[in-house]
Design a protein around this ligand. Structure first.
Ligand code: MTE
Ligand code: MO
Length: 422
């Protein structure tokens, strides 16, 4: 493997120039053999007419050439689409913010439509003063802005038994990352006055499933947000319009949408909770429970099965996402040889707590096959494990919390396949 300069300094520029001449000779030769490039020499159709006026798209959608960048679902996964999940096209996105329009959805009884006028939020239970807020009431409270990832605990759950789904969208796309604006839950709980016996909160949504979940009061008073904006605009219907809960770093199922009621309790509300569902069955028959924090995890988004590398040998951009429910990502390593050797990737920006971190690895590909992997390390020192290391401890009965290292087998033609190495 060729030695890669770590910073985009002079050496990198000189290198790119050199390789463009060498590897690019092919492309340049092709262009000259075919004659002058009409895209450069001819006046193109779009330069001979007027484009759309400023009144054409009051609210814009992506240009049609990008219409493949959409949420997708897997038909056999669930019996019905109203109690199902779809996946974020992470293989086709860059940066860290997930546009709302293609951010994965998970509903237990479908996405409901509720107006701000019809919205009510009740806080009751072990409080000094039970309260009901309208949407307009919520707008009066001081606001907080924070960016967080939301990952369904079932993300990568279909990969426990072995490599199955062909694409980062399907193996790792039960995740989105948005900039939320809202009121901290602590502010609202302080308004109601939590009594000393109040050790938990039970949180309910307004949809038929209600998605009732219990959260310890420590977390509720820490960094939980009652959010009404995402990525600068109102929440989309499918993400809980007009108000949802943001529970940084914790399982997606706690992020209650269409937030309706918060009851302060003196213990978890077991009876109303799907307690058996979000547990991890261990090989000995015991189950892990209350595994709320999402473990450090990463995935290379490109190249990947849905994002093959078509440019051939030469400079290649390898990129992906890393995250942890325990704070910040501190380092991401990339392997080209299935985990035999590792090199440090560049983090695109200063990692934020419990938010997606983008990494890039600038590689010069010689055109031979690669076993691409990424490995995340977080600020607690935790290192993302291999799938075999995970299985050794957790067995094969689990669905949730699969944060094992993903392998993409990149072939000489640039196609990539989901595989496992041992
Ligand atoms: N009210 C309500 N909240 C809900 C759910 C639901 O079905 N109803 N699904 C939960 C689950 S399991 C997940 S993973 C997240 C998904 O959030 P999203 O649909 O915005 O991606 O919402 C959670 N909140
Ligand atoms: Mo979920």
């Amino acid at each position: 493997m060729s030695e890669e300069p770590k910073t985009p300094g002079t050496s990198r520029r000189a290198f790119l120039r050199g390789s463009a001449l060498a590897a690019g000779a092919l492309a340049a030769g092709r262009a000259s053999a075919a004659g002058p490039d009409p895209l450069i020499t001819e006046v193109q159709p779009w330069a001979q007419v007027f484009g759309d006026g400023v009144d054409a798209t009051p609210y814009g959608m992506p240009i049609r050439f990008e219409d493949h960048v959409v949420r997708r679902n897997v038909e056999w996964l669930t019996a019905d689409v109203t109690s199902s999940i779809n996946f974020t096209p992470i293989h086709a996105l860059e940066g860290t913010i997930t546009p709302q329009g293609c951010a994965f959805e998970r509903h237990h009884s479908g996405a409901i439509e509720m107006s701000k006028q019809d919205y009510r939020l009740m806080i009751n239970g072990l409080v000094d003063q039970p309260l009901v807020f309208t949407y307009a009431d919520l707008e009066r409270f001081p606001r907080t802005v924070q960016t967080n990832f939301c990952e369904c605990a079932a993300n990568s759950g279909m990969e426990w038994g072995g490599a199955q789904l062909q694409g980062a969208q399907f193996t790792h796309g039960m995740i989105h990352n948005m900039e939320y604006t809202g009121v901290s839950l602590r502010t609202l709980l302080d308004e109601a006055g939590v009594q000393p016996e109040g050790t938990w909160v039970y949180i309910e949504g307004a949809d038929a499933s209600s998605n009732g979940r219990s959260i310890p009061i420590q977390k509720a008073l820490d960094d939980v947000l009652v959010a009404f904006f995402a990525n600068g605009e109102a929440l989309r219907k499918e993400h809980g319009y007009p108000v949802r809960l943001v529970v940084p770093g914790w399982e997606g199922n706690l992020w209650v949408k269409w937030l309706r009621r918060i009851e302060v309790t003196n213990g978890p509300v077991e009876a109303r909770e799907e307690t058996s569902k979000y547990t991890d069955l261990m090989p000995d028959g015991r189950a892990r429970k209350w595994t709320w924090e999402m473990d450090a995890k990463s995935v290379i988004t490109s190249p990947s099965p849905q994002a093959p590398w078509r440019q051939g040998p030469g400079p290649m951009v390898i990129t992906g996402l890393a995250w942890t429910g325990r704070g910040k990502i501190t380092r991401v390593d990339v392997s080209l040889d299935g985990g035999k050797s590792w090199q440090e990737a560049r983090l695109a920006s200063e990692p934020q707590s419990m938010a997606l971190t983008r990494f890039h690895f600038d590689h010069v590909w010689d055109g031979s096959e690669m076993l691409l992997q990424s490995r995340a390390i977080d600020e607690t020192g935790y290192v993302q494990p291999t799938k075999d290391e995970l299985r050794e401890i957790r067995g094969l009965n689990s669905v949730y919390h699969n944060n094992g290292i993903q392998t993409w087998w990149v072939k000489p033609d640039g196609e990539a396949e989901n595989v496992e190495v041992s």
